[in-house]
Design a binder for this molecule. Structure first.
Ligand SMILES: O=C1C[C@@](O)(C(=O)O)C[C@@H](O)[C@@H]1O
Length: 242
């Protein structure tokens, strides 16, 4: 059986998809598959039939965070069921589900799923998305702190409108990783695209990309093979202080 464990000590490139049939095509470039259960047909059936080699990050994104899952309790319990699958090496839970800051959230169930993941030794990616903008620099640090405290990896995806936004996100990433936090960041939209290639240099632990450009799960994603080439092609400077 393949070793499905995922450690976020090193950059993980996840092929983001609604179909596990993409896994063979992803294998050449990806370290993991992000399976978007909320966008998939019969996600639990796909999981039990999975015979791929890449570890799976299970994400069941809430409709209130621009995902496809509308029944809050059901979507969280589906993630909890997914945890039982050996191939599921990490799960994604929205910070706003965990802290109850949106009215639609079922905080108790979200926290219970996080506890189940911890008991199973499965890392939790605690995520925050801003589909409108990139908040000011200090706010980015506060958001990353909040996400990193909530999960094994704190993930922040914001919409960048210009290079200043991209730079602020990279700078907040650098500060967080230099402080020893495990974070993943990405700028959404055209102005944020290059951050997907560059953020790993500043310590971002996860990148997401579709196998085919047309199957993107967020604005501004590079296709998988392109992101792999870009990330691998950018050597990490040796004079860093992380
Ligand atoms: O949270 C993220 C990051 C993402 O939104 C991106 O911008 O690449 C793509 C999503 O599939 C994933 O769950």
């Amino acid at each position: 059986m393949p070793d499905f464990a995922l450690s976020f000590d090193e950059f993980v490139l996840a092929a983001s998809t609604d179909s596990l049939a993409d896994e063979p095509a992803a294998r050449e470039h990806a370290d993991a598959v992000e399976f978007r259960l909320d966008l998939a047909d019969d996600p639990l059936e796909q999981l039990s039939a999975y015979d791929g080699e890449l570890p799976i990050i299970a994400t069941n994104r809430a409709a209130w965070e621009a995902g496809g899952a509308s029944d809050e309790t059901e979507r969280l319990l589906t993630v909890e069921t997914a945890l039982e699958d050996d191939a599921v090496a990490a799960i994604d839970l929205e910070c706003r589900a965990l802290d109850g800051s949106v009215a639609a959230a079922d905080t108790e169930t979200a926290q219970q799923v996080r506890t189940s993941a911890r008991e199973a030794g499965v890392p939790v990616i605690a995520s925050i998305h801003d589909f409108e903008a990139t908040p000011p620099r200090e706010k980015l640090t506060a958001l990353l702190d909040r996400a990193a405290d909530a999960g094994t990896v704190g993930k922040l995806a914001t919409t960048a409108h210009d290079r200043g936004d991209a730079l602020a996100l990279l700078s907040a990433t650098h500060e967080a990783t230099a402080a020893g936090k495990t974070v993943a960041t990405m700028g959404m939209g055209a102005a944020g695209q290059h951050t997907r290639a560059v953020a790993p240099i500043y310590g971002s632990a996860i990148g997401y990309a579709p196998v085919e450009a047309a199957e993107a799960t967020a604005p501004g994603q590079y296709p998988l093979a392109t992101l792999r080439e870009l990330v691998d092609g950018l050597a990490t400077p040796t004079n860093n202080d992380v």
